[in-house]
Design a protein around this ligand. Structure first.
Ligand SMILES: Nc1nc2c(ncn2[C@@H]2O[C@H](COP(=O)(O)OP(=O)(O)OP(=O)(O)O)[C@@H](O)[C@H]2O)c(=O)[nH]1
Length: 242
């Protein structure tokens, strides 16, 4: 009895902690095989998965962030790239979305050319220009600097991102480029290595932090393997990037 009381009181404190987080729905879309599942694992602080299967419907992963003292929860919707696994889900994907990550594979130009279709799907599902959009070229570890053909150049991607009002990142879920950043350990300034996947998380969090409102954690109800948003979405602010 005592232990169940302890358990429920610790659950209570966890739920009160989580309710202090503003929750944002971040949709991850792109062709099948570009690495959406692997990247969302990374974005949530996980390892590169040793084995992945094609996503059916949608998978969810969450990342808690503290941006300048504000607690933010990113709820990443890792969607299926294969048409046959997404058909009945599409309207759920786009409902009350707060940000969209468009993913392509830098070694597969067809996945870059396919982005127009994903943008069109967003438009058809009423995702307005005010919703933050980020373009992410994945699998940079496979880039071959000795060959220009058969790869998507960063120049091409930057110009596409500018034309569509997106922020642009190139990274690798498998072997992300690292950079040195300043941080604090206790009261001491330190330099440490941070991977560039983390830049994406911070950029999304920072953009969303500026949103006037977000869904509270209790705005979500769970149904089977997917969640359905039940409340009206937030007011969105106009967002210019790049
Ligand atoms: N080399 C390399 N391989 C990657 C990277 N990211 C993903 N992969 C591989 O690419 C393949 C597809 O990855 P997924 O994450 O399942 O791709 P997806 O976009 O989620 O695919 P769907 O679920 O079908 O939409 C897997 O074999 C991964 O191991 C990366 O950054 N570098």
């Amino acid at each position: 009895m005592e232990s169940s009381l302890e358990f429920s009181s610790s659950l209570g404190s966890v739920s009160s902690l989580l309710s202090r987080y503003r929750t944002f729905k971040v949709l991850v879309i792109g062709d099948s095989g570009v690495g959406k599942t692997c990247l969302t694992h990374r974005l949530c602080g996980g390892e590169f998965p040793s084995r992945v299967e094609a996503t059916i419907g949608v998978d969810f992963r969450e990342r808690l962030l503290d941006i300048d003292g504000e607690k933010i929860k990113l709820q990443l919707w890792d969607t299926a790239g294969q048409e046959r696994f997404r058909k009945s889900m599409v309207q759920h994907y786009y409902r009350n979305v707060h940000a969209v990550l468009f993913i392509y594979d830098v070694t597969r130009p067809a996945s870059f050319n396919g982005l127009s279709a994903w943008i069109e799907e967003c438009r058809q599902n009423s995702v307005g220009q005010e919703i933050p959009r980020l373009l992410v070229g994945n699998k940079s570890d496979l880039r071959d600097p000795s060959r220009a053909e058969g790869q998507v150049s960063q120049e091409q991607a930057v110009s596409f991102a500018k034309a569509h009002g997106m922020m642009f990142f190139e990274t690798s879920a498998k072997n992300p480029p690292m950079k040195r950043v300043n941080g604090w350990r206790g009261d001491r300034a330190v330099l440490y290595q941070q991977d560039k996947v983390e830049d994406i998380v911070v950029a999304v969090g920072a953009k969303l932090k500026r949103q006037k409102k977000s869904s509270g954690t209790n705005a979500l109800t769970y149904s089977g393997s997917f969640k359905v948003l039940t409340k009206k979405g937030p007011e969105k602010e106009v967002w210019n990037c790049c």
